[in-house]
Structure formats: C-alpha cells, structure tokens
Design a protein around this ligand. Sequence first.
Ligand SMILES: NC(=O)C1=CN([C@@H]2O[C@H](COP(=O)(O)OP(=O)(O)OC[C@H]3O[C@@H](n4cnc5c(N)ncnc54)[C@H](OP(=O)(O)O)[C@@H]3O)[C@@H](O)[C@H]2O)C=CC1
Ligand SMILES: CC(C)(CO)C(=O)C(=O)O
Length: 315
Amino acid sequence: MKILMFGRGVISTLYGWALEKAGNEVDFYVRPGRAADFGSSVDVDIRDGRASSKGKPVQENWPITLREDLEPDHDYDLIIVSVNHDQLDSAVDFLQPRVGGATILIFNNVWADPAAAISRLPREQVTWGFPGGGGGFDVSTLHGGIVRSIFLGDIDGSSRTDRHRVVRELFTDAEFSISDIADFRSWLWFHFILDAGIMVGWLRMGSFDALVRSRPALKEVVRLIREMIPVLTAKGGTSRFGAAAARFIPASVIGFAMQKLLTGDNLFTFIMTQAQNTGHNNYKAQADYPRDVLADARRLGVAVPRLEANEPAFR
Ligand SMILES: NC(=O)C1=CN([C@@H]2O[C@H](COP(=O)(O)OP(=O)(O)OC[C@H]3O[C@@H](n4cnc5c(N)ncnc54)[C@H](OP(=O)(O)O)[C@@H]3O)[C@@H](O)[C@H]2O)C=CC1
Ligand SMILES: CC(C)(CO)C(=O)C(=O)O
C-alpha cells in the first residue's frame, strides 16, 4: 500500500517505520521549508513490542522520503493523520482539497466532536484509530516504542466500510493486534480526560517520575478524572467501562493500580519515560488537555471545583 504520513511527528514516524518494514511504501508530508530541517533519515532508538511484551530493542538509521506538497491527483491509498488535537483543524483544511481517492485514518487525540472535526472531508473516506505506542524526539533521534495493540474505532458507522477493513488488514499484516472500540467518540473523550488528569498531576509534581512515585498525587489524578466524567456526558458521550470504573472504584485502589502499571518494568512505563526524558510533553502540550476540558465544563455549566482549584498549574 502507498501511505502518506501527515507530519513527521513521533507517532507518524513510529508507525510509518513499522508499516514500511511490513512492506508498504511510506512517505511523509511536512510543512513547506521543513524537509531540510528534518533531513533524509531518522535515527530510530525504540522498543518494538509486537514480538515481545517488553519490546525488542531497535536501533537504526532509517532513510525516509519527505515531501512538502501534495497534489490533488496523488496516488496515495492511505493518509495517516496523527497530529496534536489543536492541529487537527489545520490538517483537515490542508487535506480537504487534496484527499483524492485516499482513505484517511485519523490517529490522534480528539476533544472536539469527531464527526464535526472532519466534516470538510468526505465522510465515507475517513476511518478512526489511536496508537498504542509513543515517545519523543531527542533532536533527530526517535526514542520510544510501539506496543502490539492499536485501537480502531467506529464513529457513525465508519467501521462498517471496506476502507476500515483495509486499514484493519494493513495493521494486522504488520503484526499489530486490533482493539475494536464501538463508541469511539466516548472512548476518545474518556482518553482525553485521562490525559488531562495525568497532565495536571505531572505539572503539579514537576515530572512524570515524581507523579508516579506519589500515591497521594495519583489519587488526586483519579479524583480529577472522576470529576471530569460529567463533562464527557454533557458533551453527549456515554460513560464507558473505564469511566464507570473510575467513578465507582475507590480512588486509592485505582491510584495503587496506576502506580503498579506506571512504575513497573513494562513497555508502557518505558514509553512514558521516553516521552518525559525527551521533553516531548512541553508545558503547552501538557496544559492544553486540562485547559480544554475546563473550557468545555464552563461552556456546558458542569461544576469541576477540583479542576478549577488546579487551574494555576495549567493556566
Ligand atoms: N507521543 C506520544 O507518546 C503519544 C502521542 N499520542 C497522540 O498522538 C497525536 C500525535 O502526537 P505526536 O506524534 O506525539 O505529536 P508530534 O507533535 O510529535 O507530531 C505532530 C506532527 O504533525 C505535524 N503537523 C501538525 N499540523 C500540521 C500541518 N498543518 N501541516 C504539516 N504538518 C503538521 C507537526 O508539525 P510541526 O511540528 O511543524 O507543528 C508535527 O510534526 C497526539 O494527539 C498525541 O496526543 C498518543 C499516544 C502517545
Ligand atoms: C502519552 C501522552 C500522554 C503524551 O505523550 C499522549 O499523548 C497520549 O496518550 O495521548
């Protein structure tokens, strides 16, 4: 398959690498003028969790093809968009006259209404997913990892199309396993709330390491997540299993489980540590999550006193 990764960010590079190794042709679209900054290869220093749960170490210099334009009659089969949630609008603006016959996979956080966010694209060409991996760039070296699982979801029937099936096959052929999510809009919003809670804790404690070492700080993250769930439902989402668990299981129990997961010798901890150590999550990237949830809470009249009390950390 001929694939265009939109941007040369962390997720697009990780999954572009995996998909090219699986036999696909992969190019990157970058903003005009950026190709020279990025150069013609990436130093990859990652763990590949498809073969083993701890991840097989990979270190290589990977030659890549960057392009600074995209003609409307291009012949890409698939365009994978993985940008920061506040960049999705501009990505859609760019792609709207240039979709051609390609399937678009939106593969990032979304806090807007997903259907509205892509309303300028041909709806039947759009599929939805979310990465399981992550990390960050240290200058031109990519540090992080991919886990075996990726998420593919349904928004308004999008998972019943042939295009969705082709995307599914692409990832399974590349040795990924798929977690299918029926109500992906609620899943995306719950995931965003999780990130918002973690980012408040991270900002307050000064680092991800400090956050995961502190049981009280993790407990506070759980309480924040719990408080934000009504924002998700006020937006029209439903309280899924994760949200229900966050609501009814005591914060101390979830805090304990989070600490076990986030300090353990596992690929997830490794990925988060790489994201932290490379400075991938700068202040803006962290503060955007709780700030956007708070803005919607205020707009929808949902009381979030705990989040408001933490506002100085992310204003
Ligand atoms: N990194 C991680 O550990 C994880 C990230 N995610 C999620 O995945 C998504 C992507 O994250 P990540 O890859 O880390 O982000 P990055 O900031 O590394 O990558 C985004 C890339 O998209 C480019 N881009 C954005 N808008 C445009 C545009 N209009 N034209 C051209 N290029 C554009 C950016 O370019 P520029 O720099 O020039 O703006 C950047 O290179 C986010 O939603 C994130 O929350 C999910 C799990 C883990
Ligand atoms: C891992 C994290 C919080 C930051 O890198 C992220 O972007 C995500 O999970 O959505």
